[in-house]
Design a protein around this ligand. Sequence first.
Ligand SMILES: [Ca+2]
Ligand SMILES: [Ca+2]
Ligand SMILES: [Ca+2]
Length: 397
Amino acid sequence: MDRNIFKILKTVLAVFLLVGMTACKSDRDEDSPFNGLEESYTINRFNVLNIAANVSGKMTWSIKDSIISEGSELDFISPYIKTYPLTLKIDQNGKVKTYQSTIIVNKEPGSYSKYVSNVLDFRPAVGQFTNEIPEYMVGDTSSSMLQKAKGSLVGSNTSMISLGGFGGYVVLGFDHTIPNMNGRDFKILGNAFWGNNANEPRSGSCEPGIIMVAYDRNKNGKPDDNEWYEIAGSEYFKNTTVKNYSITYFKPNENKPPVPGNEPWQADIEYVKWQDNLGNTGFKTKNGFHDHSFYPLWISDASYGFSGTKIQNNYYDQSGNGSYWVGKSYDFGYADNAPNNDEASNIDISWAVDKNGKYVKLPGIDFVKVHTAVNQEAGWLGEVSTEVAGAYDLYIK
Ligand SMILES: [Ca+2]
Ligand SMILES: [Ca+2]
Ligand SMILES: [Ca+2]
């Protein structure tokens, strides 16, 4: 009996000791000093390597002489198959420790596409090319229209889609992370072209679209709400730009008697009613060149809306008599705002800002969203509507 009690006591004691030791061990781990970098890290190109130094102090991560991060975590990405010498300096109240490592960047298995690999969402606003590119057929739904947008935009052999007026958007995905290197990183294809007025060389058919970018930080294959950042183009910080603009379009009754305007092309000047959050309201005109619904026919709701950044109208009547309208190209940072072979169609991920307009440092991006940036009708040309004809990573040759 006594011996048995002793045995039980011994076991209980051992359990206590074990629990105590485990507790001590985990306590010690949390307070433990940074154990240094691994001897080397291996990552495939176009993938982000994350290294965290869980210790207080001022960090400086560098490759040779160039500082690549000053945060407690390093997000490293490279488009090159290469070995990089990595140095981390940690300054704790003047006491500096230096750690060395190497990052080995390998080629990915298979090969990545430089082009769009997926279209995740497509929702055009009201427009003369809505229901036309891509073409709506009876029975189409938002998911079959999304498939059509995919057919247009995925891969190297693309055709364009139209986003309609303000707010209409498309969301594109890539099969890898487009790295944010020095300078511009990716291109969005549109159908912009220059006009023939030598006094206005950078104007013509320019229908700017706001660009948003997302880095898939949580690696769930989706752009989450808190992963989106806006590319601050040349107009972003100007007081002519409206952040958080929103507009609602009301589904027209296609059988109502039209109200023709003074111009022969104005088939119905009271066609689609709209209102915005600035107290403006009006009608979008039905253009006689397009005899079909301008409201997406797969959307049955009585109204639908969009919100986002709106920039100043860029079209004006150059002829003075309504015959020749041109759009001025903005300097940088927009889609469908300059010809595809112009530097202005290339985008630098470093232009990304958060909701407060503060620049963010992204290692790269996995998703791009484009929405039509202006709410303007340019005479007989109709509404200014961004077209998207694909996109590509500038680092994959
Ligand atoms: Ca860049
Ligand atoms: Ca995500
Ligand atoms: Ca266009």
